[in-house]
Design a protein around this ligand. Sequence first.
Ligand SMILES: C[S@@+](CC[C@H](N)C(=O)[O-])C[C@H]1O[C@@H](n2cnc3c(N)ncnc32)[C@H](O)[C@@H]1O
Length: 261
Amino acid sequence: MPLSQHSTADSSSDACPEAHSLETVDKSGARVQKMFAEIAPRYDLTNRVLSGGIDVWWRHVTVSRVPLPECGALLDVCTGTGDLAIAFAKNSTSNMQIVGADFCRPMLTEGIHKRMGVSGRVKFIEADAMQLPFSNESFDAVTVAFGLRNMVDTRRGVFEMARVCRMGGRVAVLEFSLPSNRFIRSLYLLYFRNLLPHCGAMLARNTSAAYAYLNRSVEEFPSGEKLASLFRSAGLEIESMRPLTFGIATLYVGIKRGATE
Ligand SMILES: C[S@@+](CC[C@H](N)C(=O)[O-])C[C@H]1O[C@@H](n2cnc3c(N)ncnc32)[C@H](O)[C@@H]1O
């Protein structure tokens, strides 16, 4: 799939009745790379402030839900500044090799500065999640946090993760979602659409549309049952699908049981 294609994920006025005016988000690789390159130096700070630090807990939950063997290898795609990869290295009892992959070099550069203490176990590589440079079944677990939504082709992203995961290994996706409670969702959407893009732009010192893109990409992302069915067609049996913090994020964990459909 060429990087210049636009996302065709359905912009869900079905799944989200409030989302009438959504346009399809441009997720071409070049645009996404440029956007993250611009915000890379202040990405972590912006994340912590906008989430009130709760994103650290979400990654902690992810580490606890993906049990690892004593040795082997884990791949974290769209690793960005490496928070999830580093959380695995610091909090899991396993001695596995952890590989963080991302196609935006400035994000990885930030990660390299942060991996002190675990640099022997966490390796970063520049790679496109649409075409991972690994052979089939190379990893015991494959994870992604807040990255699948940014990929130009969600289905291909899930299939690539499943492809490089060994049989019986786990694929975990941590991603933003919308609260299912109507009242909470309405309040959240007010913040998400009106306040967050301005706060994000201010904190990241970024005048481009990076934080306006955030809410639009979340609203059109195929979450819940839609993502679960994508897991199944990639040969992943859903082990758990856990809404976090009123459902503003969801952790999906699948076990690779079979071939893709
Ligand atoms: C919102 S950040 C998430 C970073 C990190 N996982 C975290 O939890 O903070 C999304 C990352 O996905 C990366 N990304 C998006 N599409 C990608 C692709 N096709 N291949 C590799 N990286 C990609 C971006 O460069 C960016 O670093």
